[in-house]
Structures are given as structure tokens and as C-alpha cells.
Write a protein that binds this ligand. Structure first.
Ligand code: COA
Length: 273
């Protein structure tokens, strides 16, 4: 367990557990938290984690940016403001592009920048009772710093997306699931168990194939079909080389021996690939 002022980091095997630890401030993101998250991501990269789980201490996931420390206090100090933004958008971007699978455990309040965070993660498991909102309109701005990108890319219905941004009305984790912002929603009491189940599933799989699955998905979305085929096949051979052809030499050989059914389970990793 690493000790930071605002974040707890626990690395167990190949999974990193990050907990925003400002419960008295509903885990809103201060300049210190942004700076510390840059270091946390360095630690996670050095440990070659396959999975990163992010949650909040107490009854909040994340109440967005710290409105006082990130906006009000540095407002007339442009250099300080630039440093805060550099750290904040730096770790957000690194997290979004991370080769590890990122999972959010939305345990409670999730507002503004907290919704940006949930929006850039790969998997979000929400407590049905959690409260979400694009509250920016309530203090006179629109969702910025990637938050508009996040809600626009996670709420497919234009009518619903704009409704929540324009009114600031809150919605529940259950509704987040219905809209597609959350991958799954369970009662708060079952949140840890559901996240553990998903982490266990992912931990059995190879690091390289998990990372490339994400990368290929993101890149192919913007391509036409023929370009996608070319890119996917090129990446397939890249994966093959980086894993010493494990998919053929271990997985398919194991299938030939009828040791597993790929439709129902994964092959047994024999090396760290
Ligand atoms: N920035 C700065 N401080 C924040 C904060 C934020 N985003 N969110 C919460 N806090 C602080 C509160 O000001 C309060 O500080 P205090 O103890 O010094 O008075 C403390 O955290 C606890 O918040 P409180 O409002 O008393 O808790 P609550 O459980 O009644 O309500 C919220 C929780 C999240 C509904 C409420 O704190 C809130 O509206 N926060 C702002 C959310 C927001 O608009 N975020 C978008 C930012 S981009």
C-alpha cells in the first residue's frame, strides 16, 4: 500500500486499487490529488498491472473538480492554473490511453469531473443508489475539461445527453446503466463483490491481448471497413510476435487436445504475456 495525501494505492498481484481519499470533501479532485495521480499512474505502470480499479472513500465516488482549489483560488494566478490543468488533463489522458483495463466502482456521488472520469474508464460498475449529475450549469459553465466529450460519448441519446447537461438534474446509477454510462449497476452492498468478479475474470487473461483489444477498438471506430481489416490484421501479427505466438502455440494447441472450450472459458496462461 503506497501512502499519498489524497489517494490510497494498493497493488495486489496484477490489479491496482486506487481510492480517492478525501471523503470529507466528497473526493473532489484537488491540485494535490491531480499531482498525486500522475505519480500513482507511474507506480502502476512500473508494476505492469493488468487492471486498475478506481473508487472513492466514504459515500462519494468523486464530486468533480475541487471548485475552490482548482478554480476559485488560482483564478488570478495563471501559472498555477496552468500547472493544475497540466497535471489534471495529463493523468486523465494517460488513464484513458492506458493499456491496463480501467474499472470504475461508482459508490456514491458522481458529479462533473467525476462523470468525466467515469466516462473515460473502460468498465463502470455503479451502485444503483449512486447519484450522478452534470452540475456545471448550476454554477454557470458548461461541462469542460473533457466532460462534454465524456457525456457525449457515453449517453447515446442526444435528447437525454443535452437534457442532463442543460438542466443539471441528477440521475441514479440504475439510470446510468439504462443509458449506457455504466456497464452494470448493483445494489451498493454488492458493489465490491461484482467488481471483484470482473477483476478475477480479467486477471486470468494476458496483459498484451487486453491492451491491444482496447487499442484496436478505439482506433477502428474511426476507420472504414477495408482500412479496419488491414489495421486489425497488422495488429494481430504484432500481438502474435509480442506474445511469442501464444494464441497458436499454447491456446490453439490446448484446444486441439480438447483441454478447454473457448466459447465458455479462457486458456490457461503458462507465461506472463
Ligand atoms: N469542490 C470543492 N468542495 C467540495 C466539492 C467540490 N466539487 N464537493 C464537495 N465539497 C465540499 C463541500 O463544500 C463541503 O465542504 P465543508 O465541509 O468545508 O463545508 C464538503 O465537501 C462536504 O460537502 P457537503 O455539500 O456538505 O456534502 P453533501 O453530502 O451534503 O453533498 C454534494 C454532496 C456532492 C451533493 C455537494 O457537496 C455538492 O454539490 N458538491 C459539488 C458538486 C459539483 O458540482 N461538482 C462539479 C465540479 S466540476
Amino acid at each position: 500500500m503506497s501512502t499519498y495525501q489524497t489517494v490510497l494505492l494498493d497493488i495486489k498481484d496484477t490489479a491496482a486499487y486506487v481510492t480517492f481519499n478525501r471523503p470529507e470533501k466528497r473526493n473532489c479532485m484537488s491540485p494535490t490529488l491531480h499531482a498525486e495521480m500522475c505519480k500513482v499512474l507511474d507506480e502502476i505502470a512500473a508494476a505492469r498491472c493488468k487492471v486498475i480499479v478506481i473508487t472513492g472513500a466514504g459515500d462519494a465516488f468523486c464530486a468533480g473538480m475541487d471548485l475552490e482549489q482548482c478554480f476559485l483560488e488560482p483564478f488570478d494566478k495563471p501559472e498555477l492554473m496552468a500547472q493544475i490543468n497540466h497535471d489534471a488533463f495529463g493523468w486523465f489522458t494517460r488513464l484513458k490511453n492506458n493499456s491496463a483495463v480501467t474499472i470504475g466502482k461508482v459508490n456514491g456521488w458522481c458529479f462533473g469531473g467525476g462523470m468525466a472520469l467515469a466516462g473515460i474508464l473502460d468498465i463502470v460498475i455503479a451502485a444503483e443508489e449512486s447519484t450522478w449529475g452534470l452540475s456545471e450549469i448550476n454554477f454557470g459553465i458548461f461541462p469542460g475539461g473533457g466532460t462534454t466529450w465524456a457525456y457525449a460519448n457515453n449517453i447515446p441519446s442526444r435528447k437525454k445527453a443535452l437534457y442532463y447537461a442543460l438542466t443539471g438534474e441528477t440521475f441514479t446509477g440504475k439510470q446510468a446503466l439504462e443509458m449506457g454510462y455504466a456497464t452494470n449497476a448493483v445494489p451498493l452492498v454488492g458493489l465490491d463483490a461484482e467488481a471483484d468478479r470482473v477483476v478475477k475474470m480479467l486477471s486470468r487473461l494476458g496483459r498484451v491481448v487486453l491492451g491491444k483489444t482496447k487499442e484496436v477498438y478505439e482506433k477502428v471506430k474511426g476507420m472504414d471497413f477495408e482500412a479496419a481489416i488491414d489495421y486489425e490484421m497488422a495488429k494481430m501479427w504484432e500481438l502474435s510476435r509480442e506474445t511469442n505466438d501464444d494464441w497458436v502455440r499454447t491456446a490453439l494447441v490446448s484446444f486441439k487436445k480438447r483441454e478447454f472450450k473457448p466459447g465458455l472459458q479462457s486458456y490457461e496462461l503458462t507465461k506472463d504475456v
